[in-house]
Design a protein around this ligand. Structure first.
Ligand code: MCA
Ligand code: AMP
Length: 504
């Protein structure tokens, strides 16, 4: 029976290595057999999961892809879960997506098992290696069927599920494969988490589509990644700006011999890409000076995949995110309506094309509000400068980008308000050399005792993923509000600079 596109492509490369890790290699053929076994187990005698939501709670690697393909081949919708999140966050994603099944590897099953029990979810632990034997007959899955729900934080206090189909995923992948000239000879490290599209689509999806080799890491293990770069293990490298900042720091701190070996190894890669957050021009320049690599910068979003990219062959101007990718249409919309045609005039980026998501899960109003005449409203503001786009900022002050993660100030505020000593709070993103933006909170307390940042962080880590936990804290007598009583976030940001200059 016909497979969904990404899996059908796997058949073209059956004998090639798909994943290489410390515990060995897995071929595309093994992924096919393994995922068929996962699908049979999920079907459990049935003939089609018919869009059942199946949460993935699996460490990055071949087992993750076998699980993803297994859900797809059984006709289900994959809901990748952040392994570093807290139990309340897992609870939210499982309930909101109306998941019925959780697929977990053995170590993760021990962590998620109790919650599955409480929510009455079926927990499936697939074989840890590709099994032999026959699989059940698998359903025919149409390309318009929803394939994945990814949770994204935004301008609401709870994350929204972004629904993509097999067809939108295919369009997102094919656009990048074409633009960046992926081939089966490519080899790429995968150290970004597998609950966002940077890891799922740009790295794993494009790699698997192309028959390339993927080297998974459980997390961004800087020394291990550098060792493999020195071994000439890769042709491609994709990361968020924070990772380039950390690599520059590591290279600057290395001894002369190590440093020479590392920079010459980076120099030999065919392409290095930065995205998920703004790449500071200083980082672009320093990386180029160190390694000779001009980072390719691209702009995208969970809802649309990648939209803009600087050239694979051609100019990669610092500060620019280039031009629309193949198959993607982009327009800038002015504050009072109308499409902007003049250079240097700012407008909201709006996107249309076959890679755009179909809607937010169970949120028709939010979906309707996210589109204008069929164009997706990104909420990001850009200008066109000498023919290519430059991102200027965001329409919402409540969205923060820290280390490539998109965070909602409202979501963090609502978690912090559960602290018994916090009466009111306002969360903002402050410019930060390493993280891009750092999460900062201004609090009005219930009492006059000081509140310690370390204690607050420890408390918050029980409720929020570690990367959402505030890095800066200021206690204030009252929050700056306008006549309507709304917190004025720019004024909250200013409070932090006043306090920093006072402590200088
Ligand atoms: C880790 N920490 C953070 C972050 N990450 N704090 C703020 N922001 C972060 N992003 C904290 C940890 O909680 C810990 O605190 C301390 O920093 C060190 O943690 P560690 O795990 O060692 O840090 P790391 O491994 O160096 O992680 C940094 C990272 C990671 C690799 C940059 O944040 C990361 O993987 N970011 C990429 C996320 C991503 O894939 N975004 C793409 C979204 P403590 O010491 O207190 O424990 S998709 C997207 O945006 C669109 C579509 C797109 O265009 O791609
Ligand atoms: P996410 O919702 O996690 O998919 O993050 C998407 C957001 O990341 C976009 O709306 C932008 O604000 C930001 N973003 C992604 N790539 C870039 C980039 N190259 N430059 C600036 N911002 C970016």
């Amino acid at each position: 029976m016909p497979d969904v596109p990404l899996i059908a492509r796997g058949r073209l490369h059956a004998d090639r290595v798909a994943f290489r890790a410390d515990d060995g290699t897995r071929t595309y053929g093994e992924l096919l057999g393994w995922s068929a076994a996962v699908a049979s187990e999920l079907l459990d005698g049935g003939n089609d999961l018919r869009r059942t939501r199946v949460a993935l709670f699996v460490a990055p690697g071949a087992g993750w892809t076998a699980a993803q393909w297994g859900v797809w081949r059984a006709g289900g919708i994959v809901v990748p879960i952040c392994l570093a999140a807290t139990e309340p966050e897992w609870d939210y994603a499982l309930r909101d997506s109306e998941a019925r099944i959780v697929v977990a590897d053995a170590p993760q099953a021990a962590r998620i098992g109790p919650l599955c029990g409480r929510l009455g979810l079926r927990l499936v632990v697939p074989p840890a290696t590709p099994p032999g034997g026959d699989a059940a007959a698998l359903p025919e899955v149409e390309v318009g069927r929803p394939a994945m729900i990814l949770y994204t934080s935004g301008t609401t206090s709870t994350p929204k599920g972004v629904v993509s189909t097999h067809a939108t995923i295919r369009a997102q992948i094919e656009s990048l494969v074409q633009a960046w000239e992926w081939t089966a000879d490519d080899r790429i490290p995968l150290f970004l988490p597998l609950h966002h599209i940077h890891g799922i689509i740009n790295i794993a999806g494009c790699g698997l589509w192309s028959g390339a080799v993927i080297e998974p890491f459980g997390r961004f293990d800087l020394p291990a990644v550098l060792d493999r770069v020195r071994d000439d293990a890769y042709t491609l490298f994709m990361a968020v700006p924070t990772i380039y900042v950390k690599l520059i720091q590591a290279i600057d701190a290395a001894g002369e011999e190590d440093r020479a070996a590392i920079v010459s190894a980076f120099r030999r890669l065919r392409l290095m890409v930065s995205g998920s957050a703004a790449l500071p021009e200083s980082v672009h320049a320093r990386w180029s000076e160190l390694t000779g690599q001009r980072l390719l910068e691209r702009y995208g979003m969970t809802e649309i995949g990648m939209a803009l990219s600087t050239a694979y062959r051609g100019e990669r101007r610092p500060g620019s995110v280039g031009v629309p990718l193949p198959g993607v249409e982009v327009r800038l919309r002015g504050e009072h309506g109308g499409t902007i045609v003049a250079e240097q005039e700012p407008g909201e980026i709006q996107v249309r094309g076959p890679g755009v998501f179909t809607g937010y899960w169970n949120r028709d109003d939010a979906t309707a509000a996210a589109f204008e005449d069929g164009w997706f409203r990104t909420g990001d503001v850009a200008v066109v400068e000498r023919g290519s786009y430059r991102i200027m900022g965001r329409l919402s002050v409540d969205i923060i980008k820290s280390g490539g993660y998109k965070l909602s100030a409202l979501e963090i505020e609502s978690a912090l308000l559960e602290h018994p000593r916090i009466r009111e709070c306002a969360v903002v993103g402050l410019p930060d050399d390493t993280w891009g933006e750092a999460v900062a909170v201004a609090c009005v307390l219930e009492d006059d005792e000081p509140l310690d940042l370390h204690a607050l962080r420890a408390w918050a880590k029980g409720r929020l993923s570690p990367y959402k936990v505030p890095q800066r804290l200021l206690t204030v007598v009252s929050l700056p509000r306008n006549a309507m009583g709304k917190t004025m976030k720019p004024d909250v940001k200013a409070l932090f600079s006043v306090s920093a200059s006072r402590s200088d």
